[in-house]
Design a protein around this ligand. Sequence first.
Ligand code: AP5
Length: 270
Amino acid sequence: MNTHNENDRAAWLQGSSVNCSAPPEKVGACWRLVLLGAPGVGKGTQAHLLSQRLRACHLSTGDVFRAAASHADCVQTPAMTSALENMRRGALVPDSTIWEIVRERSGCLRCQGGFLLDGFPRTLAQAEALILLMQDEKLSLNAVVNYELPMAEVTSRLSGRRICQECKSVFHITQQPSKAEGLCDHCGGELAQREDDRPNSIIPRLEAYRQSTEPLIQFYRYLGLLLPVNASGSPEEVCARTLIALGKLSESPTVPDKRASVSEGQFPRR
Ligand code: AP5
């Protein structure tokens, strides 16, 4: 979804041995956010808009897998091959594979431009591992934005999504249609449905969200980091709502810090 002259996120998408084309410079506040919400709620769309406003990089674990899948010349490890198979079925990728990928890219978490994590963490184990890694790096999250939307609308956003095969821009057949049917407004590339947006993958994805990711809402609320945002309305309206919610953070900067308790395993699990 890199349609503007912005950082190409090469270090995140391809791994730490590759340099980003335009690493962000330190200007103003450095935002470190997690974007939470059901598959299809609009996290990627918001990450794209917010990255332009906050100058923080959009770091999506799903994008890492899609980048690996589209590089035919890239030798895929057995773990990556199995991760892509899980993804096609709409199942979560095992925590160990995800953690290997994130740890290998931990330089992106230290980046002075900040980050917008999209699709990670997705399980309690991933969330706890992230906190410990950030503690080691002496970093902290500003907030966890939780996008809220009725499930019927989530399903409609997922099933109507179309992606440009060339520049990866995101459209929706009714909510954000391209000007010419089936063709990207930005580069003229062909639009296609994501494999995991087909009906037989949507159901297991939503179930995985309910079982594994929804408990993170309670986890981050417990840490005093949760910032609920209504995800209905146009992408611009949702972005404006998010910025207002983030603006309120600076009015009350003393969020209760319970991270030490979490590292001692005191978060009440279900
Ligand atoms: P991932 O790529 O992270 O997918 P996801 O979380 O399922 O989220 P999506 O990308 O589907 O949706 P989104 O919320 O970004 O919505 P979008 O902005 O595109 O993960 C894919 C898979 O990878 C997982 O299923 C799993 O297998 C694996 N994986 C990744 N990370 C993992 C992890 N940490 N642990 C384990 N497994 C992991 O918007 C959706 C549609 O709605 C678009 O068409 C858009 O145009 C439209 N839209 C957006 N906003 C609006 C709006 N305001 N109004 C109208 N339409 C809108």
